[in-house]
Design a protein around this ligand. Structure first.
Ligand SMILES: Cc1ncc(COP(=O)(O)O)c(C=O)c1O
Length: 329
């Protein structure tokens, strides 16, 4: 049996199951203070290019509750706080307080009458047409909240083939990975293209010290002898909320979780490897660099985490209700 046949892991099926656009676009976006119809949310062509280099964003999920009575936005305020942190580092002044942004996200969900799991993307970008190559600090910025439905992989049998990239993760001294800037994704994109060209699904990037950092859209953890280890937040990673959630849930499940440097060769010896991110959710890595991880399927720790995470985001457990913002149907 080939790797491909063991699990249906073609790159397209993974992409499909992670983020599937059931609607071509939402009816309504939120843009700088008000809901606007999709067709009217335009900008001049000259507003892309140098102007968009400084843009920062967030990726937030709202899940349908287990009793199908509401959507539950997961760690909404923390995501919005990270948006302000990203904006602060790149010197964009978001002209709205967190109460306005929280209300904007909820307004977008209501205006589009979502009844499915929905991904929300607020982003801030310099307003107007900028001709300077170096976008100045403190420039006026616009804020948009976009959204689309997605198909959650939680609770399904899944996995991916990963490979260590020949590209190095951007680092604090050049392009800080702590900032959720669109520009940073060029690094992950190059790594993803290389991985796909070589027949893998996703890359794992090493940092400038040669230690494991993260994937292009998710943090990573390994399990060895029952202990979970994940690179710490100064390893060249985004300060991921799913990583933080996973650490909390795993500890509550009784596992030891250590934040430390992880070596490439530990990926080869690990019993389990998994990605953690809002978009990718909890994604088991079943092959690394052509080596099978464990039995080549999701292991017990990642299964326990997946179950606990799925129950949490759908409000089916009584844990961490403080992380859920209710938006009744
Ligand atoms: C590069 C990168 N790392 C990690 C993550 C995971 O972050 P979070 O769990 O907050 O979504 C993301 C998610 O979007 C990401 O793009």
């Amino acid at each position: 049996m080939t790797m491909e046949q063991e699990l249906d892991l073609s790159a397209m099926s993974i992409m499909d199951s992670l983020v599937r656009n059931d609607r071509a676009h939402p009816d309504w976006l939120w843009r700088s203070g008000a809901l606007v119809p999709w067709a009217e949310a335009s900008i001049h062509v000259n507003a892309v290019g140098h102007a968009s280099v400084a843009a920062v964003f967030e990726g937030i999920k709202a899940y349908v509750s287990h009793d199908a009575t509401k959507l539950l936005a997961f760690r909404l305020d923390e995501h919005l706080r990270r948006l302000y942190e990203s904006a602060r580092i790149v010197r964009l002044d978001i002209p709205y307080g967190i109460d306005t942004l929280r209300a904007a996200v909820i307004e977008v969900i209501r205006a589009n009458a979502y009844r499915d799991d929905v991904y929300l993307r607020p982003w801030a970008f310099p307003a107007g047409i900028i001709q300077e190559q170096m976008v100045p600090a403190g420039i006026a910025c616009e804020l948009v909240v976009d959204s689309w439905t997605f198909q959650s992989g939680l609770g399904t049998e899944r996995g991916c083939r990963a490979a260590v990239s020949s590209w190095t993760r951007i680092n604090e001294a050049s392009m800080p990975p702590r900032v959720k800037a669109f520009s940073n994704y060029h690094n992950g994109r190059l790594a993803m293209i290389e991985a796909r060209e070589n027949g893998h699904d996703w890359p794992i990037l090493l940092n400038e010290r040669g230690k494991v950092s993260e994937g292009p859209g998710a943090c990573i953890a390994i399990v060895r002898d029952g202990v979970v280890s994940t690179p710490n937040t100064t390893s060249g990673i985004l300060e991921s909320l799913t990583r933080d959630t996973s650490i909390t849930l795993l500890r509550e499940l009784g596992y030891t979780v250590v934040e430390r440097d992880v070596d490439r060769t530990e990926l080869y010896l690990a019993d389990e490897v998994f990605f953690m991110g809002t978009g990718w959710e909890i994604l088991p890595v079943t092959w690394v660099d052509g080596l099978k991880v464990g039995e080549g399927t999701a292991g017990p720790v990642v299964r326990a985490l997946d179950e606990s995470y799925a129950a949490l985001v759908r409000g089916a457990s009584d844990l961490h209700a403080e992380w859920l913002t209710e938006i009744p149907f």
